[in-house]
Design a protein. Structure first.
Length: 458
């Protein structure tokens, strides 16, 4: 009989037993469930609600169960419905009477909310660690390639040259903001629902502050109805995860493009590539593609929970049981993506020559040539037109701006002097962008310091 079976005459149908059970998912929260129960029992004893002997028996019994689950020596039974009843039934089987006192002043509603919050805190922490590792890899790569220049793009067209370090650091800043969002999800989960009981609190003299402190929560949720029905903290994790998945996906897209023969900017290591079953020559960036693809799954989990939540009246509704699978999936997916991405970047080969070659295509110097004229007094709009005309001439001749003879520049504007060559030189163009946050080596060095300092703070 189920732990709640007292008022029933018949058992549930087999199909509903399986349908209603959350055990296959929430068994992953056994450590949280056991920690929550231990803290609750300790508080019950401290408040004189159960005896010290009962509390000791409960704690010992729960430790034994945890060890058995750790060791894979615990058989989960779907008839127990969820992890809460699974552990409680086993506890009573092991220690008898005292086990039946554990659930005093508690409901599965505050219990599951507690377990889930503890779970989210742990997952957010793990993701934050993995996020830091990837940022370390990006920052190290930024240091390593501090002299490599590639074309910067807008609209996927060559725009202006940038340092590879600058490009990689752009991603490290995105991931730094993801870290902040993960931390916010951690903080949102960091309040304890225990004591809310089913929905309205309880008549037992519980010390909610004590249970919260025992479990390492920063505080107690002030409203019992909210405590058992709020899942914002999960949504925060999903959102933080979704934005991070999007950043991972954008980076993956660049890796897919850059490793193509059209770009040839990078070569992925064999250990982060796959072959084709039919085309012997293929070396595919499967893992970058897979990370890009996984973003869909992570967004899906966010949307699933938003939709599940949207019509729920207060307080607990069984719909809420649909809250955990997606979050566990998102966290697991992102842990893999972060570590695969870190491995892929730390083992790739950067083909500096291919990047340099592409810097010679697409008139990357055009803005600087216009700036050259503007700095000599020509209104920028006019300078833009002059250089636009020069670019058109290049297109017709099939050459680059830097290939035009000096006379052609002079014909276009008498303001051009021989020092125009500097405005056409790719490294000089990069070095000139010294604005804070710009791509000049000097500015990137400052940025790198900031990124490293942020790694230390996080
Ligand atoms: N397995 C349930 C869940 O994950 C636990 C809470 C069940 N509470 C209830 N009143 N049926 O949400």
């Amino acid at each position: 009989m189920a732990l709640w079976g007292g008022r029933f005459e018949a058992g549930v149908a087999e199909v509903t037993q399986e349908f209603g059970a959350s055990l296959p998912v929430d068994k992953h929260l056994y450590k949280q469930d056991i920690a929550g129960s231990k803290a609750h029992a300790k508080m019950l004893a401290a408040q004189g609600i159960i005896s010290a002997e009962d509390e000791q028996a409960i704690a010992k019994g729960l430790t034994g169960i945890e060890q058995d689950i750790d060791a894979g020596n615990f058989t989960f039974d779907i008839n127990d419905e969820d992890i809460h009843m699974s552990i409680e039934s086993e506890l009573t089987r092991r220690i008898g009477e005292a086990g039946k006192r554990l659930h005093t002043g508690r409901s599965r509603n505050d219990q599951v909310a507690t377990d889930t919050r503890l779970g989210v805190k742990a997952l957010a922490k793990e993701l934050m660690e993995a996020n830091l590792e990837l940022r370390h890899v990006l920052v190290d790569a930024a240091k390593k390639y501090d002299k490599v220049i590639l074309p910067g793009y807008t609209h996927m067209q060559h725009a202006q040259p940038v340092l590879l370090s600058h490009h990689l650091l752009a991603y490290s800043w995105m991931f730094a903001r993801d870290f902040t969002r993960l931390k916010a999800a951690f903080d949102a989960a960091d309040n304890c629902p225990l004591g809310a009981a089913a929905l309205a609190g309880t008549s037992y003299p519980l010390d909610r502050q004590m249970t919260a402190a025992e479990l390492g929560f920063a505080g107690v949720i002030p409203n019992s109805l909210d405590a058992v029905s709020d899942r914002d903290f999960l949504l925060d994790l999903h959102y933080a995860g979704s934005v991070m998945a999007m950043h991972l996906s954008r980076l993956s897209e660049e890796i897919v493009l850059w490793s193509s023969s059209e770009f040839g900017f990078i070569t992925l290591s064999d250990s982060y590539s796959t072959g084709s079953s039919i085309m012997p020559q293929k070396k595919n960036p499967d893992f970058a593609e897979l990370i890009r693809g996984k973003s869909g799954r992570v967004y899906g989990n966010l949307v699933q929970l938003l939709v599940t939540m949207k019509g729920l009246p207060l307080a607990y509704n069984k719909d809420l049981q649909e809250d955990k699978e997606g979050a566990l999936d998102t966290a697991h997916t992102l842990m893999q993506c972060l570590s695969v991405m870190a491995g892929m970047i730390s083992t790739w080969t950067v083909n500096e020559d291919a990047m340099a070659r592409e810097c010679g295509v697409g008139h990357l110097a055009a803005t600087d040539v216009a700036d050259y004229l503007a700095k000599r007094g020509l209104p920028f709009r006019e300078a833009h037109a002059v250089v636009g005309h020069l670019v058109l001439m290049c297109e017709k001749r099939g050459c680059n701006l830097e290939d035009l003879p000096f006379e052609v520049f002079q014909e276009a504007s008498p303001l051009f002097e021989h020092d125009i060559t500097e405005a056409l030189d790719i490294p000089s163009i990069v070095a000139a962008r010294t604005t804070e946050g710009g791509t000049a080596p000097a500015a990137v060095a400052v940025q790198l310091q900031r990124a490293e300092a942020q790694l230390v703070v996080d």
